[in-house]
Design a protein around this ligand. Structure first.
Ligand SMILES: NC(=O)c1ccc[n+]([C@@H]2O[C@H](COP(=O)([O-])OP(=O)(O)OC[C@H]3O[C@@H](n4cnc5c(N)ncnc54)[C@H](O)[C@@H]3O)[C@@H](O)[C@H]2O)c1
Length: 385
């Protein structure tokens, strides 16, 4: 039986990935400190899907397969507890999802910036040191973010590296320039460079995934075991499509930032899990550091709002769209945004979920929930200024 370690197994993506791995017969060692649950509560918000407690989730996991769990803060300890828990395991992959994933949360105050960047950088370092000593032949699968790049840079965005031509000379396989859009994104850029260093110095194999924005809540395992992953809608932890769907349910206008023409890449939760499985099951060569862009389709925010409005309109559920000033430092007009996504296709990635189907699914799941208290967190208050 193959073993995979999932760091951040209680999170939005980690929960869905853990279910998939167990269902496919992997033994899973999960670690989490539940900071996502705590941080969402700090935002005075809650998951729109009804989620189980960690203990209830673990019982479900253990009915499906071999699951072991440890609660620790990966950025604070140095190896000690992690060592004992993972002693004797021979993982094929360590999937590191244990990061604070919110741009606004990282911009809330000096304390939040330091908490977020320490968390993300120190956890990555702990994992790399642990791998160097105890799992040198395993693969690190790390999710970075498409937000490491400047979306409005004006050029196409290659997958991770490119050949830099300057002053008549060419440097091969240079990390493509980053220009993060928040301190959170800056911590992800730092992780990219840390992993690149560990790969060059310690021969660690790694897949560093520049992921687009994930939406939805469906995977076959979530449906089979009636075990939803979380779905947040507050300004910090709600990604835009999930936020729009919850706003539509509570009949709050969909809050489009600025002109609404800013483009990003999106993919459904089931496809994020599909891509992670492709990484786990198709490891890089020993010591190789590879990176790919993980997204399905590029949309402007205005398009997303109109799609959500149309799906709800089919249920005779009127939804307004309201433009509000963007709280971020970002361009919201129409700009060139063409990220390359060839590498996943070469490994066989085929999008499994259509955006309207996923919104329809969320409508059905959320319609009977009492979500009116989420009205208070619908409008952003954190600004970059
Ligand atoms: N969701 C998206 O749209 C999206 C987009 C691009 C990139 N990503 C990246 O994907 C990864 C997973 O994102 P997510 O949306 O599932 O986030 P999430 O917050 O739901 O999951 C992260 C999990 O890790 C745990 N965690 C965080 N820091 C930890 C630490 N120091 N020690 C132990 N546990 C810790 C959290 O409690 C949480 O359960 C993150 O690296 C994020 O930056 C997410």
């Amino acid at each position: 039986m193959k073993t995979v370690i999932v760091l951040g197994c209680d999170g939005y993506i980690g929960h869905a990935l853990t279910l998939r791995l167990l269902e496919k017969g992997y033994e899973v060692y999960g670690i989490d400190d539940f900071q996502r649950r705590k941080n969402v509560a700090e935002m005075k918000s809650f998951s729109a899907t009804a989620i189980q407690t960690p203990e209830e989730r673990h019982k479900i996991f253990q009915k499906i397969g071999r699951f072991h769990f440890l609660k620790i803060h990966l950025a604070e300890i140095y190896l000690g507890q992690m060592l004992g828990f993972l002693k004797g395991t021979d993982p094929i992959a360590i999937v590191n999802l244990a990061q604070m994933p919110s741009a606004p949360f990282s911009m809330k105050s000096c304390q939040h910036t330091i908490q977020s960047t320490n968390n993300n950088i120190d956890a990555t370092l702990n994992v790399l040191y642990w791998m160097k000593e105890f799992a040198p032949d395993a693969q690190l699968v790390q999710i970075g973010t498409m937000g490491e790049y400047d979306p409005a840079a004006g050029t196409d965005i290659p997958e991770g590296t490119f050949d830099l031509e300057w002053n008549g000379k060419i440097a091969k396989n240079v990390i493509f320039p980053r220009r993060p859009g928040s301190f959170y994104h800056a911590s992800k850029v730092a992780s990219t460079y840390l992993i690149d260093c560990a790969s060059r110095w310690w021969n660690i194999s790694a897949t560093d995934i520049m992921q687009g924005v994930v939406y939805g809540n469906w995977t076959p395992e979530i449906e089979k075991y009636n075990c939803h992953t979380r779905l947040d809608s507050d300004e910090s932890f709600g990604t835009v499509i999930n936020r729009f769907v919850v706003q539509a349910i509570i009949q709050h206008p969909l809050t489009v930032f600025g002109e609404g023409e800013q483009k990003r890449g999106y993919l459904a939760l089931n496809d994020s899990v599909q891509c992670l499985m492709l990484a786990i099951e198709n490891p890089p060569k020993k010591g190789e550091y590879r990176t790919w862009n993980q997204l399905d389709t590029v949309y402007a925010v205005n398009e997303l709002a109109k799609i959500v409005q149309a799906v709800f309109g089919n249920h005779n559920w009127p939804v307004d769209i309201k433009k509000i000033p963007t709280p971020r430092a970002e361009r919201t007009d129409n700009f060139h945004y063409v990220p390359y996504t060839e590498k996943l296709k070469e490994l066989g990635f085929k999008p499994s979920r259509n955006i309207t189907d996923e919104i329809e699914y969320l409508y059905k799941v959320l319609f009977s929930q009492n979500l009116s208290d989420l009205w208070d967190v619908a409008v952003p208050k954190i600004t970059w200024k």
